[in-house]
Design a protein around this ligand. Structure first.
Ligand code: GLA
Length: 633
């Protein structure tokens, strides 16, 4: 407890520093501040042991999947990271604090004539095959399987101290062991150790684990110490950077969207889970998708939203459900989610491997522009997602969530293309081409997703709306100071406990965060009754960083959004270029006409958009950067 207290004290200190900084944080820095360390310029791709094997992972199972990933050609298509999840640790050796591997399950880790197993032979083998290796740990003293697993033979053994295989109190030594000594390239850091071992938990009461005061609560942000959690993850990040001087690592955070991680993970690591665990059930896949789909502005090259691993190969996504499997894969690709296969590939059908291996769809996920798809049409049954690609094409997915086939009109406006020029579509499953002007009728099967690459003439001819390039827009400060649950994220088809208990509750999923073509609360972007189909909305007291790839002008129509319930406070909108003030409005309040801003940004590499208010609460003061765009004019 002493060291945890020290860490939490450090975290509190950090939080105080953070609070002081909050006032300053609206000051432009001229720098892109989202995380760019590590090797995640595009989303990580590979395989993870958890969905297929849980804690019964062993070397044969892993290497069987590795063989198939290579033989099937999937490795060649980018699936390179082979990640061990929970279940590999035997215990922590108390004499020197070193982690001991389960050599009964990973025989290659036995080092002759020593009692000190090593994963080096395992990672050497993967590297020799042209692959990368990933490992799992937990931010607390114990892992999630230790909190929830029901088969003791699969868990670490020994005294309470020996069973403490998590990072807490061991950050630097463990990280060094994983990366420098064992040669891993990727780490997933889980969070059950910060959550599930309170003094009243069953494991603690049974004497199986030491108590750790929970600082993380998935169900209640109010019972979460956001600053302390963030500080712990930053400390691990610093250790990872030290242990990897060549920068060849991926740091994946796994706290399921708790602790408002959606707002800060993009500054701390390469990927961050936005929801609780996926299961092979349609409804659960939807919940995980929903937790990330409105968060496009929080994903950038180097830092991705992670709605959890693929479950293709099981349950509603098995070989008997190719439509659902294709949909799951298409949606994860459009979200720029990590593509981590979760199947036992030794027995996965060739048809499912073909889905995972669709190179045209993988290319959407791995597109270098790094734009997560945004929502062009939304309803509870049908969604249209659009993603701008680096070569100027777009991808469009039409997703039927419901139980009946749907007739859909795809319009040029969904794609922000001109109504008057032809648009070419290439179906990425069938390679069939079609062409239309203004709109086209399409049929989408129940639970199906149509996916096209599209080429047309942009409505904004000489530039890009910011909402078309979320990968280049970073809400450095998004104004959310009091996270509240997202009323749309609440249904898990297969609740963990069946129908025992009272069911699922809304989860915080970034409600109130910055959004493309929508207000922070999901409403139409609108200033004094003028509707903007394109734009960024964000709460007051916010700062957006925008990368400028050679455009000459920045323009927007700004104002307090009509959805603001604070109708009296004023907001000043300012535009900065590489740290210099370029333009500023007078104080604007609710109901005033949109104010046009148009500035020269030739030669500027970073534009910053700052909305400042002395108003009582940012949460009641959404502001709009209507039609915000970079152009060549
Ligand atoms: C948590 C994570 C899962 C998996 C398990 C391992 O539940 O969210 O992805 O890593 O722990 O115990």
């Amino acid at each position: 407890m002493r060291i945890l207290s020290a860490m939490v004290c450090a975290a509190i200190l950090w939080a105080q520093v953070g609070a002081v900084r909050a006032a300053d944080s609206l000051a432009p820095t001229g720098r892109w501040t989202a995380y760019v360390a590590g090797r995640a310029a595009t989303p990580p791709m590979g395989w993870n042991s958890w969905n297929a094997f849980a804690s019964q992972v062993d070397e044969d199972k892993v290497m069987g999947s590795v063989r198939r990933i290579i033989d099937s050609g999937l490795a060649g298509k980018g699936y390179r990271y082979i990640n061990l999840d929970d279940g590999w640790a035997a215990r922590r050796r108390v004499s020197d604090g070193r982690l001991i591997i389960r050599t009964d399950r990973f025989p290659s880790a036995r080092v002759p004539d020593t009692q000190t197993p090593s994963f080096r032979p395992f990672t050497d083998r993967l590297h020799a095959l042209g692959l990368k290796a990933g490992i799992y740990s937990d931010m607390g003293r114990n892992t999630c399987a230790q909190a929830w697993g029901s088969t003791p033979q699969d868990l670490p053994q020994g005294s309470v101290a020996e069973r403490e295989v998590g990072l807490l109190d061991h950050v630097e030594a463990d990280i060094d062991l994983y990366f420098r000594e064992w040669g891993f390239d990727y780490i997933k850091v889980d969070g059950c150790g910060l959550r599930d071992f309170g003094s009243t938990s069953a494991k603690v009461r049974a004497g199986d684990a030491r108590a750790v005061t929970p600082i993380l609560d998935l169900g209640a942000i109010s019972r979460t110490d956001v600053a302390a959690v963030r500080a712990l993850f930053q400390r691990v990040g610093a250790a990872i950077a030290r242990s990897n001087p060549d920068g060849d690592f991926i740091y994946s955070l796994c706290i399921w969207g708790a602790a408002n991680v959606r707002a800060w993970a993009k500054d701390v690591g390469n990927a961050s889970r936005t929801s609780d665990d996926i299961s092979p059930a349609w409804g659960r896949m939807l919940v995980n998708f929903d937790s990330a789909v409105h968060r496009a502005l929080y994903a950038h090259p180097g830092s991705w939203n992670d709605p959890d691993m693929l479950y293709i190969g099981a349950g509603d996504f098995d070989a008997d459900h190719p439509t659902e499997a294709r949909t799951h894969f298409t949606l994860w690709s459009m979200l720029n989610a990590p593509l981590l296969i979760g199947a036992d590939l030794r027995s996965t059908s060739p048809a499912l491997l073909d889905i995972l291996g669709n190179a045209d769809i993988i290319a959407l996920n791995q597109d270098p522009a790094g734009n997560q798809a945004t929502v062009a049409y939304d309803s509870s049954d049908l969604q249209i997602l659009v993603k701008d690609l680096a070569d100027g094409d777009k991808a469009v997915a039409i997703f039927n969530r419901g139980s009946g086939a749907q007739q859909v009109w795809l319009q040029s406006a969904h794609l922000k293309y001109s109504d008057d020029a032809p648009i070419e579509l290439t179906d990425l499953w069938t390679r069939r081409q079609s062409r239309f002007t203004k709109e086209i009728p399409l049929q989408v099967a129940s639970r199906g997703t149509l996916i096209f690459r599209a080429r047309g003439t942009r409505a904004l001819v000489d530039g890009r709306y910011l909402s078309e390039q979320p990968g280049s827009v970073n809400p450095a400060v998004d104004g959310v100071t009091r996270p509240i649950p997202d009323p749309t994220i609440f249904r898990t088809a297969a609740g963990w406990n069946g129908t025992r208990g009272a069911g699922d509750r809304p989860q915080y999923a970034g409600w109130g965060g910055a959004r493309a073509d929508s207000t922070p609360y999901g409403q139409t972007l609108q200033i004094s009754r003028k509707v903007f189909r394109s734009g960024i909305a964000i709460l007051a007291n916010s700062r957006l960083e925008v990368r400028n790839a050679g455009y000459r002008r920045f323009s927007a129509n700004v104002g307090v959004d009509d959805s603001a319930t604070d109708k009296t406070s004023t907001v000043v909108f300012a535009i900065h270029g590489d740290g210099r003030l370029l333009a500023k409005t007078r104080p604007l309040r609710w109901g005033e006409q949109p104010t046009p801003l148009d500035v020269d940004v030739a030669g500027v590499t970073l534009v910053e958009l700052v909305a400042t208010s002395k108003g009582a609460s940012n949460e009641s003061l959404p502001v709009a950067w209507g039609e915000a765009a970079l152009t060549q004019r």
